[in-house]
Unconditional design. Structure first.
Lengths: 365, 291
């Protein structure tokens, strides 16, 4: 077991624990950045998709994982970011300006929504955002002059300093663009978590009463969390639009919202790793299922008939299994395995036991 | 006369929303959790009854299939609690929300596997009969839906406010620890309420399948029932019915008098408005609690 010997206060709030950890992550980034050389075009596209989902997951993680507000409507903000980005580009704004701006605009939209939503918590907020996600579909259709309505919009590549970055023509460049965005967002996230703001998010999540007692302005904290979460989700949406190429009102449906929430639960709520691990599961599950189906079909001589809804059925079962047996998600499982090895043979079963509490309500009847 | 006809069909639809909302409210009232799969429970109840009654499946007489399918739904609700929900006892509500959403996916998938994805209708003895009231022509199904819903809501309301078990359920949700001190078997009460919600979902499913066709995605209608439950103020049984009726009546009138494209927004816009201006619903049950 490695023990980090702290000799300086800065070591407590540094983004990395020690040099070993820093090198590990730099190596990981280098490996992923070199993906165009060791992956074929199809899997490079899939990896890009996973990274985009991971950015969206990071966006939701700020709100749900670290501030404790469950949102079932983040697809609405994905859509907002996507349309904002495309509409700006169509009006002659260069991509490098339009892309950050689309996130900022989504953040502003998020705050507008957050002001009424702030008074709600728990399931009410979940239902509020769910309704928002459903309404977004209709709003996109109604705002046809701006959004193209049911026919949708088409977005080819974008130009960055004269370079064409396009999902199909230049997949490598597009991959690096997405990877760059993912790294920047993750760095921002890490820095957020070690700043007072990030700590206050966690305080609000763990206990609103105690947070208030410690001088945290709960309404303001929640609003900033909403804004940041929506901004990051907006960027993910903008990238998703570029990745999909064509999109309309049905691209960002409620199902996407729910999938996003489930993704971060599977990955592990309240951890940055969780967003990436969950995105890997979501991104590769369809491929895995189709491979598994072929294999099963070949082994038992059955026909490889398509079962509608299979993906969601399996997905639901995986999720139920995770909530029952590993509420901390994939990252939590990894932490346990790592601790087991680090502390061998002193690991005990209840080391990661979660505190349970008796329920009390505000209702009087 | 036209408006009256719209009103009646809206009321009948609203009753189905109200019944699903009753399921939400029952579980919320007793366990403070929300069952996002309630709509899918309803769909399952409809399909179980179709599987028992319709001639292409088992072809049992309707009045025998009815109690059997309600029994199956009750057992299913109990099992869901016993095997899945009870393991989350003492954890956050959000976990239960996500769990029940996942459960909805699984139920939809299972129903699609067993009964296929084609819309199907229940062959009930009510089908095709009419009731004439003044100049109004009412389908027998619509009348049955309205009567059953009102009776059920009244019955459940009395159950919760008068009987020992109903009061125990309310106690169990308001303060679990205190409920344990009073000798209420909180977990057993929770299992009972899930079974009851399963039965209510079964009734809603049967009435819905008798009125129109069901397919595995019918359960998504549960989202409108959310609107109903929220408008009624989660936690109030008559409120759920009232909310359901409001949503049900708004729909046909909106599609008639408001331009196409805007009309289907109406229930959700109402939901957002209620959440913004009266977050605890029109029939609020929350007072500020002094610590």
């Amino acid at each position: 077991m490695r023990i980090v010997f702290k000799t300086n206060y800065m070591q407590d709030i540094r983004p990395w624990k020690d040099r070993y950890q820093l090198c590990l992550y730099l190596a990981l980034i280098a490996l992923v950045a070199a993906a165009p050389w060791w992956l074929d075009a199809f899997y490079l596209g899939e990896l890009t998709n996973v990274l985009i989902w991971a950015i969206a997951g990071l966006g939701l993680m700020i709100l749900t994982g670290h501030t404790g507000q469950a949102s079932l409507g983040h697809a609405a903000f994905l859509a907002f970011g996507c349309y904002a980005n495309v509409i700006l580009i169509e009006n002659g704004v260069p991509f490098l300006v339009a892309f950050p701006l689309s996130g900022v605009l989504t953040g502003i939209a998020g705050v507008t929504v957050a002001i009424p939503a702030l008074r709600l918590h728990g399931i009410y907020l979940a239902i509020f955002t769910l309704a928002l996600s459903i309404l977004m579909d209709d709003i996109i259709v109604l705002a046809e002059p701006l959004t193209g309505g049911v026919a949708g919009k088409y977005m080819g590549g974008v130009e960055i300093f004269g370079h064409l970055v396009d999902r199909w023509a230049t997949p490598e460049q597009f991959f690096w663009l997405v990877l760059g965005a993912a790294i920047l967002v993750t760095l921002g996230y890490i820095n957020l978590l070690r700043a007072p703001l990030g700590r206050s998010f966690i305080a609000v999540r763990d206990s609103e009463v105690s947070a208030q007692a410690m001088g945290v302005d709960i309404a303001r904290t929640k609003m900033i969390s909403f804004a940041l979460s929506c901004a990051v989700t907006g960027w993910a949406g903008a990238l998703m639009g570029l990745y999909a190429g064509a999109f309309n009102n049905e691209t960002f449906s409620v199902v996407i919202s729910i999938q996003l929430l489930m993704m971060i639960v599977i990955g592990g709520l309240g951890s940055i790793h969780g967003a990436f691990l969950g995105a890997i599961v979501i991104g590769f599950l369809p491929q895995f299922l189709s491979i598994a189906k072929e294999y099963v079909g070949a082994a038992f001589g059955g026909s490889t008939v398509a079962i509608p809804g299979l993906e969601f059925g399996i997905f639901g079962m995986i999720l139920i299994a995770f909530i029952l047996f590993e509420p901390m998600g994939l990252y939590g499982r990894w932490l346990k395995i790592r601790t087991w090895f680090e502390l061998f043979p002193f690991y005990r079963k209840d080391m990661f036991k979660r505190q349970k509490s008796y329920l009390r309500t505000e209702r009087l009847r | 006369m036209d408006n009256a006809q719209l009103l009646i069909s809206g009321l009948a639809n609203g009753c189905v929303y109200g019944l699903i909302a009753l399921g939400f409210v029952l579980i919320y009232k007793a366990t403070e959790a929300v069952n996002f799969a309630q709509g899918d429970f309803m769909m399952l109840g409809a399909f179980v009854t179709i599987g028992l009654t319709n001639t292409e499946y088992m072809g049992l007489p309707f009045w025998i299939a009815l109690p059997v399918s309600l029994g199956i739904m009750g057992a299913l609700g109990y099992l869901v609690d016993r095997l899945i929900i009870r393991r989350l006892f003492g954890e956050s509500q959000t976990a239960v929300v996500i769990l029940t959403i996942a459960l909805g996916f699984v139920i939809r998938f299972a129903a699609g596997l067993i009964w296929g994805h084609e819309p199907q209708t229940l062959q009930s003895p009510l089908a095709g009969k009419e009731v004439r009231l003044g100049g109004l022509v009412l389908g027998m199904e619509d009348v049955a839906v309205i009567v059953v819903t009102v009776l059920l809501t009244w019955g459940l309301y009395v159950f919760f406010s008068r009987t020992k078990l109903g009061l125990a359920m309310q106690g169990a949700s308001q303060n679990q620890l205190a409920a344990y001190y009073m000798g209420i078997p909180v977990k057993r009460v929770q299992g009972f309420i899930w079974a009851l919600a399963g039965v209510v979902a079964g009734i809603a499913g049967i009435l819905f399948a008798a009125k129109g066709s069901v397919d595995p995605t019918t359960g998504l209608m549960g989202i409108k029932a959310f609107a109903a439950a929220v408008i009624g103020g989660f936690g109030s049984l008559p409120g759920a019915l009232a909310g359901g009726l409001i949503v049900g009546v708004i729909e046909p009138f909106a599609s008639r008098y408001i331009a196409a494209g805007y009309s289907q927004i109406a229930p959700y816009a109402l939901l957002l408005a209620v959440l913004i201006f009266r977050p605890h619903g029109l029939f609020s049950q929350v007072r500020v609690k002094k610590v």
